[in-house]
Design a protein around this ligand. Structure first.
Ligand code: BGC
Length: 261
């Protein structure tokens, strides 16, 4: 099956589309609905049901992948940084399966984005350690070594100056503190220097909607590894969740071949 539905649950919006998982192309328009206030589990499930209706429904044999901003272990959400604390320890995959009346694949949102970039975007064919970070409501991360995902890395919660890094350096932090790109880049410099010191990546990829404006801040950063914008931007979560669902195994990743850059 090469067609799959990808759904990306974020702190502010829930997005979904049908995807051709061979090519990474969207087969429908992307539907987006605001995340319900409070981010409570059942409200989010109900919004996903609404989203599928808006897409005109999806055949029962189409695989469905859902990505979510939390540590996901065996279908359970083990953290909740920008959604209701009720997600912590919840059998989230089962809750969605009950609500949608079908099997789904459930995965961390940044891991899904990393898988998408590895298959269809900026990390395709890159050997060694790729670290993708998404700069959005929080900071998500995906570690990919020789094409294989090391799931649930949570590098947005590294400590920076005694505080959670994502509170200071995410795109939401830029907005919250009304930072110019230059001021934000100073915080990003501290953040990525720390990530680089700890992990010595071969490539850093920066995703999230704001990566569209990468010329405004990536050239201001000085790092040893190349730091480049994600190619799939806001569709990465959808594409990665759909691709993993189509695999039928959340941890099967296409191996890297040769170095791209
Ligand atoms: C969460 C991560 C998530 C990231 C991006 C963080 O606050 O802890 O699980 O990947 O936000 O949504």
């Amino acid at each position: 099956m090469t067609t799959a539905l990808g759904i990306d649950i974020g702190g502010t919006g829930i997005k979904g589309a049908l995807v051709d998982t061979r090519t990474g192309e969207l087969l429908t328009d992307r539907v987006k609905i605001p995340t319900p206030d409070g981010g409570e589990p059942q409200d989010i499930v109900n919004t996903v049901i609404k989203l599928i209706e808006k897409l005109g429904g999806v055949d029962k044999d189409v695989p469905v992948g859902v990505c979510f901003p939390a540590i996901v272990i065996g279908g359970k959400t083990m953290s909740a940084a920008n959604v209701s604390k009720k997600w912590i320890g919840l059998e989230a995959e089962k809750l969605f399966e009950k609500g949608l009346g079908r099997n789904i694949h459930f995965v961390n949102d940044a891991d899904a984005a990393g898988v998408a970039e590895q298959r269809f975007g900026a990390a395709k064919g890159v050997k060694g350690l790729v670290i993708l970070t998404t700069l959005g409501t929080g900071i998500g991360s995906a570690l990919i070594y020789d094409g294989v995902l090391v799931p649930n890395s949570e590098l947005g919660h590294l400590e920076m100056g005694g505080k959670d890094a994502e509170r200071q350096a995410s795109f939401a932090a830029k907005e919250r503190h009304d930072l110019s790109y230059k001021q934000w880049a100073e915080r990003l410099q501290k953040y990525y220097s720390m990530v680089e010191f700890l992990f010595s990546p071969d490539l850093l990829i920066v995703g999230g909607g704001i990566s569209k404006h990468h010329e405004e801040f990536l050239p201001l950063l000085e790092l040893n590894a190349p730091i480049i914008p994600a190619e799939l931007r806001n569709n990465a979560g959808i594409l990665g969740a759909a691709a993993l669902a189509a695999d039928g195994n959340a941890l099967v990743i296409t191996p890297a071949t040769e170095k791209k850059k």
